[in-house]
Structures are given as C-alpha cells and as structure tokens.
Design a protein around this ligand. Sequence first.
Ligand code: PMP
Length: 375
Amino acid sequence: MRPWNFSAGPSALPLEVLQQAAAELTDWHGCGMSVMEMSHRGVQFTQIRDEAVADLRSLLSIPDEFEVLFMQGGATAENAIVPLNLIGRRSAGKADYVLTGIWSNKSYAEAQRYGDIAVAATSGQEKVIDGVAQAPWTWYPDAGEWKPRRDAAYLHICGNETIGGLECAAWPSMASLGAPDVPLVVDVSSHFLSRPIDFSKVGMVYAGAQKNAGPAGVTVVIVRKDLIGHALPACPSAFNYSNVAAAGSMFNTPPTFAIYIAGLVFKWLRRQGGIEAIEQANIAKAKALYSFLDQSGFYVSRVQRSARSRMNVPFFLRDESLNARFLEEAQAAGLLQLRGHKSVGGMRASIYNAVPMEAVQALINYLQDFERRHG
Ligand code: PMP
C-alpha cells in the first residue's frame, strides 16, 4: 500500500489517475505516441483539451458566459496577469484586495505595479471573536465589513489561504456590498473543485492545478466573457485573456501533459459523483479531524472556527519540543508531508479531494497513539 500523502501542493493525486496515466504513458489510445510526444494541434490532443474543458464545465456547471482558459505561470503569474487584463476595464485604474494571509498579500503586492491598489479589508491584526483573541491572519474578515471602492475594476480575495488554513465560507454578492459593478476575483488555488462555485457571485476564479486539479504546470482560469478585452498595452501577448480565449488555450504550446492529467482528474471526479458528492466527503473529513483536535489537550488548532479550511488543517503540538519526533514517527507510520509551512511552524495536514477518509482516519489514529505515548 502507498503511504498517505498530506502535502499542501503539489499534492496527492487519485491513484486511479496515476495508474491510468501509467498504462497510457507510451501509447495513448493506440495512436503510437505518448501525450507528451503529440502535436498540440493534432486531433488527439485537441480531443484531450476539448474533453477536459467539457468535463470541467459539467462538473462546476460553468455558465456559457464564462470562458475556461488553461494558462501557465501558476497562481503567482496570475497575480500580475489579473491586473494586466482587468484593471483597464474602468478608467480609474483601481483594484481592491482583501488581505487574509500570505497568498492574498502576495497578490496585493504584485498588483501594486499596475494601478491604484487598496485594501478592502484585512485580518492582519488581532481580533477578539466569540471571546477568543485571534492572532493576525487566523481569522477571515466578515464579508459585510469589506469596503470595496465603487469604481474599482475588481475586488480580489483568496478563497482559501493554504498556509494559514483559512477558508472564506461564503462569497458575498457584490451588490450586497454596494459595489454591483465591481466583479469579485477569487484565487481558488487550494480549494478548487472541493465545493461548488456560485458563478452568479464572481467575475473570475483562477487556480494553479497542483492541489485538487492535477500536476503543476497548468493554471485554470474561468473568467466572465465581458471582462475580457480590456488588457493594458503592456500585457504580454501570451498572458492576454483575449488571445488565449481566441486560440482555445493554444496561443502558445500549452502544458499538454498537465492538461491531460487534469482531464483524467476531472473524469475521476465525475465518477465519484461530482462536486456535490466530493464536497460532502470533504465536510466529513474536515469534521473528523477538527473534532479530534478540539477534544485533545495535546494538539491545538488556532484558526477561528468559522473560517477553518476544509482543505488545509494547520495544528500545533502544545509541547513543540516533540515536533521532530512527531514528524519522524509519522513518516515511519506511512503519513507523509505533515510539516507546517515554515512561516507558521507546527504541522499541517492537507486533506484534498484525493486524500480519502481512510487517510484522515489513519492520521487521527496516529495522533491518538502519539498523544498516548508522549502526553
Ligand atoms: N495562491 C494560493 C492560495 C496557493 O496555495 C499558491 C501555492 N501554494 C499560490 C497562490 C501560488 O501558486 P503557484 O506556486 O502555482 O504560483
């Protein structure tokens, strides 16, 4: 049996997908070539791309007025590509950001190069919530308190802060924030495909694939068509959504193998019962792990309860001198990549779609056992 992999990204892929890719590696569907060796403009790859787009549209019920683009450069490149494409859609050249942790702060910092960028809300200070003093970046500002400017070109949020383990539980409608003409742009990198997306509330979402969607190398962008066509003159051609859309994500050679694997993941998700079924599984997994942590005096979760991520669960041993030992023994028990991000410390279990309840149960058993031996 393979060990369970709790990496934050690149992360575990469904075993069935890896096995299918292995079986097809040298000869895709009898064509005598691997996917890596075929022209991206040939009939075989065109079919792979078309099926990936169709399966993704079906999984997320993406409305026709949205374009699905496969790009490169990861979510980090989108931090520049988003303002380059969207900030010019309103003459004021403004964009607003909600800051909730490392990833949204990086997006905000990069956007500064392209216009008048402001903070619409931030959790960068301590706040007492339900009688608990929450440290900076361990809570998510209530949507009702976000203050977008009415003439901003867009409002950006990070839907799931992978490092802090914070998730925005529900996206507001921009009309309810008094800014109906400001589209919401969401970095969904680390919770993409873990839950449905309400496209009536967003102008655009983007995700690096390497958590729930596939291997690193492809970025998925789902953008409302009316937001395309306003790129700044300085926008590189290959990053201009108009060009990428017009070319069916083949303005330049796309990351063909990564798109192929993502396509297999989309088919796997459909076989699991689709997004609603996977969401229920994710709710059950997160509930099991957080419930265990909450009743334990040995481990602690520091994220505000209503903002806890279903995907990334940071936790700490109260006695941090046991950290190295905890990780060593976890590895020996077949539980990989539990070390927390260096900026936060402690531990982090990422429990993405491809990490089943069985893995979460194995982790809980190990946590119990370690506590029994060291508590
Ligand atoms: N945003 C979020 C929420 C992420 O988790 C990550 C990567 N962990 C990034 C952005 C950056 O993605 P990439 O490394 O693909 O550029």
